[in-house]
Design a protein. Structure first.
Length: 242
């Protein structure tokens, strides 16, 4: 049984990914920075179903905290074979209003978090000549979005990170891929307001609906098992970008 770490997985897309992987036979660590109550609730639900799950509170922007989390996983389950970098934050603002500390925090979590977690799990993967890393980008990393400059910049950088690292690690048997979700019906997009979300579904998304967290989880599960797929950016956006 493989061991998976899903960052930012107490709710939304991350929770759906953690649940899908656990139900597919992975031992899963559910990570969060704030909602430990939700993380524990999900872990208990999965354990009640007969699956293996633990949770660990850690800020992925903090390298020491990430190393401690990975050590905890290794003690409980063994080394991480599958890393899903889902943790991320978005603070919609016009560019001229973004404070330096806000800009830095978004980069530290979204991009720095990927750096910290990959650095923590990579030695084992290199030693074993196998492993899978899935990074979460966004359509805003492919397309760009007004009032989301910092978020879009980090998500674009994650695509570059994924493609470059895929080329670098492929000879070591490690696959790196990227998922680019569209407008997914989670807490993060609720700041847009229902009227805007309805307009996006009606006018911008060919499939005519917002995505569900489970739509992303299905793609993550596919990439986790797709042994001949690496360096790819898989859009799960209902046709938003064609």
């Amino acid at each position: 049984m493989n061991v998976a770490l899903v960052t930012g997985s107490s709710r939304g897309i991350g929770a759906a990914c953690a649940a899908a992987l656990a139900r597919a036979g992975y031992k899963v660590c559910i990570n969060c920075i704030e909602r430990m109550d939700l993380a524990e609730q999900l872990a208990e639900q999965l354990k009640d179903e007969g699956h293996k799950a633990i949770c660990h509170q850690a800020d992925v922007a903090d390298a020491a905290a990430v190393n401690e989390m990975v050590a905890h996983i290794e003690r409980e389950f063994g080394p991480v074979d599958l890393l899903v970098n889902n943790a991320g934050i978005a603070i919609p603002q016009q560019f001229q209003d973004i404070l330096p500390e806000t800009w830095k925090r978004i980069f530290d979590v979204n991009l720095g978090g990927c750096y910290n977690t990959i650095q923590a799990v990579l030695p084992h993967m290199l030693h074993e000549h196998r492993g899978c890393i899935i990074n979460m980008s966004s359509i805003w990393g492919q397309h760009g979005a007004s009032c989301e400059t910092a978020y879009s910049s980090t998500k674009h950088a994650i695509i570059g990170l994924s493609r470059s690292l895929a080329a670098e690690l492929a000879p070591s048997g490690i696959r790196v891929n990227c998922v680019a979700p569209g407008v997914i019906d989670t807490d993060m997009v609720q700041v847009l307001g229902q009227e805007t979300l309805d307009m996006l579904a009606r006018e911008q998304i060919p499939l005519g609906r917002l995505g569900k967290a489970e739509d992303i989880a299905h793609t993550v599960l596919y990439l986790a098992e797709a042994g001949y797929t690496t360096g790819q950016v898989i859009g799960v956006d209902g046709g938003f970008i064609i």
